[in-house]
Design a binder for this molecule. Structure first.
Ligand SMILES: [Zn+2]
Length: 471
């Protein structure tokens, strides 16, 4: 009896033994001692220290915001921003600075106003939605029918909607969920005979602030004017209506499309020292809505990307691969810049090791979302990305979560390039997004520095590590 029992114990030990040997390695690997984390710890700490001491980045962002201002596609300010950005990249020592031409949609807001005319007279704070058509020159005066959802709209039906202005008074339940009313609300209302659409701004309930943004017309409905009003004004109309009064609004808008305009992406790089043909591309979008300063959305993403690379350069680092910064044009109302970049690189898209985008504002960074088609390759790539992420633990930006990317880099991600999107705490971003309040004072210098640090470390290591992120 003793032998079988002994043998059993031995065989168990044989299984346990290699596990015990491997455990410390696996432990190190998962606890921050993995080869990428170890190899780049010193460099990452230098980059982080440089970013946290940097004021130059914030000063550049202040120039863009205060001296150039908001930058809608087709505006003279966007063209000025393109010229300034290319010059700035050259001043920062980037190589191969180019501004390939991109044709962009040119929507113009014009004059606009809205007011409640009955049962009380009250001026409304409004912004036409991007892409909207104008009202007739005398404006539109009509009864407002508030609805809380598409279901309510359908239930009301043509009998209650025809000839009226529909107000989508939809509470904000997160951007991804609520933005559909901005996107297609006008067409859904017009399909039932509505003459215009008002939208409770897609954003948190704060400060009587209207939020603009892109809308589109569906092919099967008449094009009617569409505008955002503030959440506060939407709630007032709802209360007046609920009390049994007929609420009428006068709406006047000159919004219209003009022929496509000339714009450009702005591109600069640090050429790789060993594999210059392999690319890590990083950036944000230079255009903005035509209100505020386009500070959080998305001057911050452009300038943080530039400053990250400027600091890499300043520290005398030249990665193995080419590190490229792109300020994309026309993200907000067309994505022409992102698509033009994809066309510009052509077959060289296969040489793209990774794409990084910061377009969620510059609040305190948490880390990155990693986007790639699921499979064993993406599991391995995510594990490597997490090793890089650990280098950002000292600034609390070490999270690396599955799923991420950005609008501008989506065309290259569709060509199987792995994408990273900066994630922040996002506490206030949707208070300011697409509003007159998106100004640089909302960006805390120390949080902007942390964003620069996170971009510098991620982009440098991706560009320098011996193996490609995805083999
Ligand atoms: Zn944006």
């Amino acid at each position: 009896m003793i032998f079988p029992s002994y043998n059993k114990r031995m065989s168990r030990l044989k299984i346990v033994w290699p596990t015990l040997v491997l455990l410390p390695l696996a432990f190190l690997f998962s606890q921050g001692g993995g080869s990428i984390t170890q190899q780049y710890k010193e460099t990452a700490d230098k980059l982080i220290a440089a970013a946290l001491a940097d004021h130059d980045g914030y000063n550049k962002l202040a120039y863009l915001c205060d001296r150039i201002g908001h930058r809608l596609s087709g505006s003279p300010a966007l063209e000025q921003a393109v010229i300034w950005s290319a010059a700035q990249m050259k001043r920062d020592g980037l190589e191969n600075v180019v501004t390939p031409a991109v044709k962009v949609p040119h929507w113009v807001r014009g004059r606009e106003n809205a007011e409640i005319t009955a049962p009380v007279k009250r001026r409304l704070t409004m912004l036409a939605l991007g892409g909207s058509v104008a009202t007739p020159s005398q404006g539109i005066t009509a009864e407002v029918v508030p609805v809380g959802s598409f279901d309510e709209l359908q239930k009301a039906g043509r009998a209650k909607i025809a000839g009226k202005i529909v107000l989508f008074n939809v509470p904000y339940e997160g951007y991804g969920k609520t933005v559909q009313y901005r996107g297609v609300g006008a067409s859904r209302a017009a399909a039932l005979g509505a003459v215009a659409m008002l939208l409770r701004s897609v954003g948190s309930l704060t400060q009587q602030t209207p939020h603009t943004g892109m809308m589109m017309y569906l092919p099967d409905a008449p094009k009617v004017p569409a505008a955002a009003i503030t959440a506060e004004d939407a709630l007032m109309i709802q209360r007046l209506s609920d009390s049994g009064d007929k609420v009428t609004v006068h709406l006047f808008m000159e919004a219209h499309m003009e022929p496509d305009a000339d714009s450009a992406n702005v591109i600069g790089e640090i050429r790789g020292r060993e594999k210059p043909e392999e690319i890590v591309v990083m950036g944000g979008h230079l255009d903005s809505w035509d209100v505020g300063q386009g500070a959080q959305d998305n001057g911050s993403g452009c300038i943080a990307s530039l400053q990250a690379v400027a600091l890499i350069k300043k520290l005398g680092l030249r990665p193995r691969r080419t590190l490229r910064v792109v300020f994309f044009t026309n993200e907000e109302n067309g994505l022409a810049g992102g698509r033009a970049y994809r066309d510009w690189v052509g077959a060289r898209v296969n040489n793209h090791v990774a794409a990084i985008e910061m377009d969620g504002g510059a609040e305190k960074p948490l880390g990155f979302g990693f986007g790639m088609a699921p499979g064993p390759q993406s599991e391995r790539a995510l594990a490597k990305a997490r090793e890089i992420g650990r280098l950002l633990k000292s600034i609390g930006a070490d999270s690396m979560t599955p799923g991420g990317g950005g609008g501008d880099i989506s065309p290259v991600m569709e060509a199987a390039v792995p994408g990273f999107g900066m994630n922040t705490v996002g506490v206030h971003y949707f208070d300011w997004h697409h509003t007159p309040a998106d100004t640089i004072d909302k960006i805390k210098p120390e949080e902007f520095q942390q964003n620069i640090a996170a971009l510098a470390v991620l982009s440098y290591v991706l560009a320098d590590m011996p193996d490609r992120l995805v083999e």
